[in-house]
Design a protein around this ligand. Structure first.
Ligand SMILES: [Zn+2]
Length: 291
């Protein structure tokens, strides 16, 4: 059986492999752009289950749930706010059914899409409550752990982490997205993020998405101060338009070679975000298993 992810990271030196992008895989299975991806947890459960199965077969030790935007604000945008519990529970259940019992299911939670006061309308208390609610639904569906991912604003991810911690002791990962300046779009530095998130009860600190893969190692180095296990799940480089389609330049072999450097820099979990698919995960799995 799976041990607690924190214990697993403490008891074994092997780098764990996460998954790749979810959105691209949904589109490859026929999801039209612009819709609510999370609705496919009930409308096309076969496709959502198959993505988890595909990544597990490629060598993922962890798979993320299809629930990135299943928070009260993003669902309200599609008139689906009243289905929050149902969609998050289904996302976790389908990931488990697809990935099997040996793989960790990580409940994905993305940003609200709005700003905290005074820039925006949200209060910290409201943000905490919302992420506590989403976390509970993901755990009820069978998630082993939770991840707050692709955040840019420190106040928002801090409030979200505190909200998760108010309802559960489950392992909590958190990752922000950085630009070439080694800051997020909201100006947050990795030192600020690491100190704040460690204090908020985050177990595993990471970075994900982003156009500049060269920032991964310096960000990990800055995070190391916090004394927490680290993870990296970047994009496959800066996308380019090729014959009308977004294309990411970094091949699976190149991605795995870079990931060996991330592991040396302290990443205990490596995976990919935009532009990475099962072939990238196969290459990562071969790398961490010495293949
Ligand atoms: Zn991404």
């Amino acid at each position: 059986m799976r041990e607690d992810l924190r214990q697993r990271l403490a008891s074994s030196d092997r780098t764990l492999v996460a998954d790749g992008a979810t959105g691209t895989e949904l589109q490859a299975r026929g999801m039209p752009p612009g819709g609510c991806s999370e609705l496919w947890c009930v409308e096309r459960p076969d496709a959502v289950r198959d993505i988890a199965a595909t990544y597990a077969a490629a060598g993922s030790d962890l798979v993320y749930t299809n629930s990135f935007g299943a928070n009260r604000w993003r669902l309200a945008h599609y008139g689906l706010a009243d289905r929050l519990t149902e969609l998050n529970e289904a996302a976790a259940r389908l990931a488990r059914e697809g990935a099997g019992e040996e793989v960790y299911v990580i409940g994905s939670m993305g940003p609200s899409g709005d700003f905290l006061e005074p820039l925006g309308e949200l209060s910290a208390a409201e943000v905490s409550a919302a992420y506590g609610q989403q976390a509970q639904a993901l755990l009820a569906g069978g998630a082993d752990a939770l991840v707050l991912e692709t955040f840019a604003a420190l106040e928002e991810i801090e409030a979200a982490a505190l909200g998760v911690r108010a309802v559960t002791d489950a392992p909590l990962l958190a990752s922000l997205t950085y630009g070439s300046s080694l800051r997020t779009m909201m100006g947050v530095t990795p030192d600020q993020a690491a100190a704040t998130l460690a204090a908020a009860g985050v177990d595993v600190l990471g970075l994900n998405c982003g156009d500049d893969i060269a920032v991964v190692e310096p960000i990990l180095a800055a995070y190391a101060e916090a004394g927490r296990p680290l993870f990296a799940k970047p994009n496959a480089g800066l996308p380019q338009m090729v014959e009308g389609e977004l294309t990411w330049p970094i091949s699976p072999a190149e991605f795995a070679a870079l990931a060996a450097g991330w592991a040396t820099a302290g990443a205990r979990i490596v995976g990919g975000c935009c532009g990475t698919g099962p072939a990238h995960i196969r290459a990562l799995a071969a790398m961490v298993r010495g293949g």
